[in-house]
Design a protein around this ligand. Structure first.
Ligand code: PEP
Ligand code: MG
Length: 763
C-alpha cells in the first residue's frame, strides 16, 4: 500500500539519517510481504537508523492487552508471547495515557515491569510512543538503549511519525482479527475492559453471577393487618436466625473482624425505631412487604443527601437488611438462594452488604465487582479479610451478562469482560506467578530476619482487625508494632463500653500469645470520623482536633480505653502508644491519666500488667526539637512516617495532588530519620517506624541504611521486605548513604535503586 502521508516532511532527529529512514519506510510500505513481515522489517530499520539496541512494536489485542508483535534486539521467542495489560509496565503506561514517554532510566519508573522472557535486562533507556488511529490506541512503538541517555525531542517526534505508518499497517493488513479492532460491533458480545477503582488486591477469573437483591412487590394493601404483622414477625425470626447462622459460621472460620461487623449488623436488625416504623405501616394497612419498602424509601430519602461516607455505608447496611427481610417474606433464605453458583464465580452487584457477600458459597467465590462502594465499606473489609479481589467500576451491570467470563484485576482496578482465550492464558500466568511469589515468601518465613552482613532486623506487623492476627504466626513477624485501636470503633454504631473493649483487647492478646503488641490509643478525627462523635466541621481536619487531643479534652474517653487495656492485660505485659503527641507536656498529661487508672485498679485489687511500657508516635515535627526532654520520659518511640511526611512537607497525605509530590526518600526526611536514630541510641530508647514506607522494600532498605533496626508493616509486606534485607549488606549501604544526606536532590530513590542493583539487593 502507499501511505497518504508525506513522510519526508516529518521532523528529523539528525537530518540525513531521518530522511533516509523515512524513505526506507516508504519502500517497505509500498513493497510486498505480509503485514507481519513488513512490521518485522520496520522494527529492524528503526533500530538500525536510530542506532537503538532495541526496537519493538506492541499491538493492542481484544480486551486491551498489548502483545509484542515484532522486535529487533529482544528475544525473538518473546514475540506473540509477551503480553501486557493497559496500565502495566511502561508500554502499558504509554498506551493508558496515549502519550509518548522518554526515560533515561526506565527501571526507576514506578510503572516499570520486568519481563524476563524478553531479555530486556540490560537496557536502561527507553522511549515509546502510542500507535494511534481514529483516536484510539492500537499499539505502542518503543526503542531502547543499553546505556543511560537522554532522548531529544526530535527522536520522539520521528517515532510518532513512524507510529502513524504502523497504525495504517495494523488497520489494513489484519495483523489482528478484524473483530478485535472493530469499534462498531455489538458491544455486548465483544471483549471489553472496564477501568475502575482497586478496592481489594489480587487477580480473579471466573463467570459472572449477577446479584439482584431487589424483589418486586405485587400486593401493596393488606386485608388483615394482624395476619400481616404475624407474617412479618415470623420473617424477622427466620432472618435473625439466618444472621446467627452466619455469625456462627464466621466464628468457626476464625473470621475475627467480619464477625464484629455482623454483630453490628444484628444490632441494626434489632433497631427498635426501624422495626416499629415498619409495624406502624402494617397497622396502617400495608402488606408486610410494602411496609418494609416504604420505610426503606423514607430512610433513603432522609439520608440520601448526606455525603459522609460512613453514614452512607450504614445506609447500605440498612438496605441490605431490608432486602434480606423481603427475601424472608418471600420464603427465600438469602439473596444467593436459587442463584446459579458456578465453581469459579465473580459476583457483580450495584452495591452489597457484608452479610450478602457471605450468603454466597465462599469456596466458589473468586472476585467481586461493584458499581458503588468505597474501600472502607464493610463489604470490602470482609472481602479483603477473605482474600477476595474487589474492583469498583461504574456501568458494570449494563456491560455484563450472567455467566460472562470475567477477569477482576484488584491490583490495577480493572475488569476484563469476555476476554479472548490468549488473554485468559496471560492472566493464568500472572495468577501462577503471584502464587509462586507467595510460595517463595512462605519458604523464607522461618529463616532469620538478618541482613547478609549479620545485622538482625525486627519485622513487626501493623494490625487493626482481629482478622489480621493469624498473619502474626503465619508471617513469622516478631510482634505487632502498631495496633490501630480505632478500626473497631469505626465499624460500630456507638462507642464501645469498657466491657466490650476489654473483651476485644483480651482476645487480641490471647491470639498474639507470647508475641508483643503495641496498642496505639484511639487515633480518630482528621479523616477517621466516628459516626457517633460530634465535633463539627473543621477547615483543616489534619491539623485539627484529632487523636490524643480528643482524648485529653475528653479524659473519660481516654481513661475508659486505658482501663480496658489494663484490665485485658492483668498480669501480662502491656505497651501503650499515644498518637499525635506534639509536646512533652501532652505526653505527661496522657501518662497522668494512665497512672490514675493504674491506681484505681490497684484499689480494686486488679493485677497490674507484668510490664508496662509507654511510648509515643513521632508524627508531629515539633517533637523533633524536644527530644532531650522527651526521651527520658518514654520507653520507646515509633515514627508515624505517613503523618510526619505530611506535616514536615506541608503536603496533605489524602490529596492526590500533594501526597506524592515529595518523596520520603528525600535527603530532608532521611536526615530526620538518621538524627532520630542517633538521639534514641544515645538515650538507649528503642525506635521503630510504622508508616507505610516501612513496608516498601526500597524505602525499608533506606531506613535500615539510616540506622533503623525495627520496622512495622502491613502483613503482605513482610515477605518482600524480608527478601530484601536478607540480600543486603548494611555496612556498604551505610557507607554509600553517608555521602547523600546533605545533597540537594528532590529524591534519592534513583540512587538507592542503583545501589540495590549494583549490590544484588532484591527490592
Ligand atoms: C502514620 O502516621 O504513619 C501512622 C502509622 O498512623 P496512621 O497512618 O494510622 O495515621
Ligand atoms: Mg498517623
Amino acid at each position: 500500500m502507499t501511505s497518504t502521508l508525506d513522510l519526508t516532511a516529518g521532523p528529523s532527529f539528525d537530518g540525513a539519517s531521518s530522511r533516509r529512514l523515512l524513505a526506507h519506510l516508504r519502500d517497505i510500505m509500498a513493497g510486498s510481504g505480509s503485514g507481519q513481515e513488513r512490521l518485522d522489517k520496520i522494527v529492524t530499520l528503526i533500530a538500525a537508523e536510530m542506532r537503538a539496541d532495541v526496537c519493538s512494536c506492541y499491538v493492542m489485542r481484544a480486551g486491551e492487552v498489548l502483545e509484542l508483535f515484532a522486535t529487533e534486539g529482544l528475544n525473538k521467542t518473546a514475540v506473540h508471547n509477551t503480553r501486557l495489560r493497559v496500565g502495566e509496565g511502561i508500554v502499558g503506561y504509554i498506551a493508558g495515557h496515549a502519550r509518548p514517554l522518554a526515560l533515561d532510566n526506565a527501571p526507576s519508573h514506578p510503572s516499570f515491569a520486568y519481563r524476563p522472557e524478553t531479555g530486556e535486562d540490560p537496557f536502561l533507556s527507553m522511549a515509546g510512543v502510542p500507535v494511534l488511529r481514529g483516536g484510539k490506541v492500537r499499539g505502542v512503538l518503543v526503542i531502547q538503549h543499553k546505556d543511560r541517555r537522554p532522548y531529544v525531542e526530535e527522536e520522539v517526534e520521528s517515532l510518532q511519525t513512524i507510529a502513524m505508518v504502523v497504525a495504517e499497517l495494523v488497520a489494513q493488513s489484519e495483523l489482528v482479527g478484524a473483530s478485535e479492532v472493530s469499534t462498531s460491533g455489538d458491544p455486548v458480545l465483544l471483549p471489553a475492559r472496564l477501568s475502575g477503582v482497586a478496592m481489594s488486591p489480587g487477580l480473579a477469573m471466573g463467570l459472572a453471577v449477577i446479584h439482584r437483591p431487589q424483589l418486586t412487590i405485587r400486593q401493596l394493601v393488606a386485608e388483615d393487618a394482624e395476619a400481616e404483622l404475624e407474617r412479618f414477625n415470623a420473617a424477622l425470626v427466620t432472618m435473625h436466625s439466618a444472621i446467627d447462622d452466619l455469625l456462627e459460621a464466621a466464628t468457626l472460620a476464625g473470621l475475627g473482624e467480619p464477625r464484629d461487623i455482623l454483630e453490628t449488623y444484628r444490632m441494626f436488625a434489632e433497631d427498635r425505631g426501624w422495626l416499629s416504623r415498619i409495624r406502624e405501616a402494617i397497622r396502617a394497612g400495608l402488606t408486610a412487604e410494602a411496609a418494609v419498602q416504604q420505610v426503606q424509601n423514607d430512610t433513603r430519602a432522609r439520608m440520601s443527601h448526606l455525603t459522609d461516607p460512613y453514614i452512607r455505608e450504614r445506609l447500605q447496611d440498612f438496605e441490605d437488611l431490608t432486602n434480606r427481610l423481603l427475601q424472608h417474606l418471600a420464603g427465600k433464605t438469602s439473596s444467593a438462594d436459587g442463584a446459579t453458583q458456578p465453581d469459579d464465580m465473580i459476583l457483580v452487584a450495584r452495591s452489597m452488604g457484608p452479610a450478602e457477600l457471605l450468603d454466597y458459597d465462599r469456596s466458589r467465590l473468586r472476585g467481586l465487582l461493584l458499581e458503588e462502594g468505597t474501600p472502607s465499606s464493610h463489604v470490602c473489609i470482609v472481602a479483603r479479610a477473605l482474600n477476595i479481589p474487589v474492583v469498583q467500576a461504574a456501568d458494570a451491570l449494563n456491560r455484563i451478562e450472567a455467566l460472562d467470563q470475567l477477569i477482576v484485576d484488584g491490583d490495577h482496578g480493572q475488569v476484563f469482560i469476555r476476554p479472548a482465550e490468549d488473554i485468559q492464558m496471560a492472566f493464568a500466568d500472572s495468577v501462577a506467578l503471584q502464587h509462586r511469589k507467595e510460595q517463595m515468601y512462605a519458604e523464607i518465613r522461618n529463616l532469620p530476619s538478618v541482613t547478609r552482613d549479620g545485622v538482625p532486623i525486627s519485622i513487626q506487623l501493623n494490625c487493626g482487625l482481629l482478622i489480621d492476627l493469624p498473619h502474626l504466626q503465619a508471617s513469622g513477624a516478631e510482634g505487632i508494632g502498631l495496633y490501630r485501636t480505632e478500626i473497631p470503633f469505626m465499624v460500630r454504631a456507638s462507642y464501645p463500653d469498657v466491657k466490650a473493649q476489654t473483651e476485644l483487647y483480651s482476645r487480641i492478646m490471647d491470639e498474639a500469645g507470647e508475641k508483643p503488641i503495641v496498642f496505639r490509643t484511639l487515633d480518630v478525627g482528621g479523616d477517621k470520623m466516628l459516626p457517633y462523635m460530634t465535633g463539627g466541621e473543621e477547615e483543616n481536619p489534619a491539623l485539627g482536633w484529632r487523636a490524643v487531643r480528643i482524648g485529653l479534652d475528653h479524659p473519660s474517653l481516654l481513661r475508659q480505653q486505658l482501663r480496658a487495656l489494663l484490665l485485658a492485660a492483668a498480669g501480662r505485659p502491656l505497651s501503650v502508644m499515644f498518637p499525635m503527641i506534639a509536646e512533652v507536656a501532652e505526653l505527661a498529661a496522657a501518662r497522668r491519666l494512665l497512672d490514675l487508672e493504674l491506681k484505681r485498679q490497684a484499689g480494686q485489687g486488679v493485677e497490674p500488667p507484668s510490664r508496662l511500657r509507654v511510648g509515643t508516635m513521632i508524627e508531629v515535627p515539633s517533637l523533633l526539637w524536644q527530644l532531650p526532654a522527651l526521651l527520658p520520659k518514654v520507653d520507646f518511640l515509633s515514627v508515624g512516617s505517613n503523618d510526619l511526611m505530611q506535616y514536615l512537607y506541608a503536603a496533605d497525605r489524602g490529596n492526590p495532588r500533594t501526597s506524592t509530590r515529595y518523596d520520603a526518600l528525600s535527603p530532608g526526611m532521611l536526615c530526620v530519620m538518621r538524627r532520630l536514630v542517633d538521639e534514641c541510641s544515645k538515650h538507649k530508647v528503642p525506635l521503630s517506624l510504622c508508616g507505610e514506607m516501612a513496608g516498601r522494600p526500597l524505602d525499608a532498605m533506606a531506613l535500615i541504611g539510616a540506622g533503623f533496626r525495627t520496622l512495622s508493616m502491613a502483613p503482605p509486606s513482610v515477605g518482600p521486605v524480608k527478601t530484601m534485607l536478607r540480600s543486603l549488606d548494611v555496612a556498604a549501604l551505610r557507607q554509600y548513604m553517608s555521602g547523600l544526606y546533605l545533597g540537594a536532590d528532590h529524591s534519592l530513590r534513583d540512587k538507592l535503586k542503583t545501589f540495590a542493583r549494583d549490590h544484588g539487593v532484591l527490592i
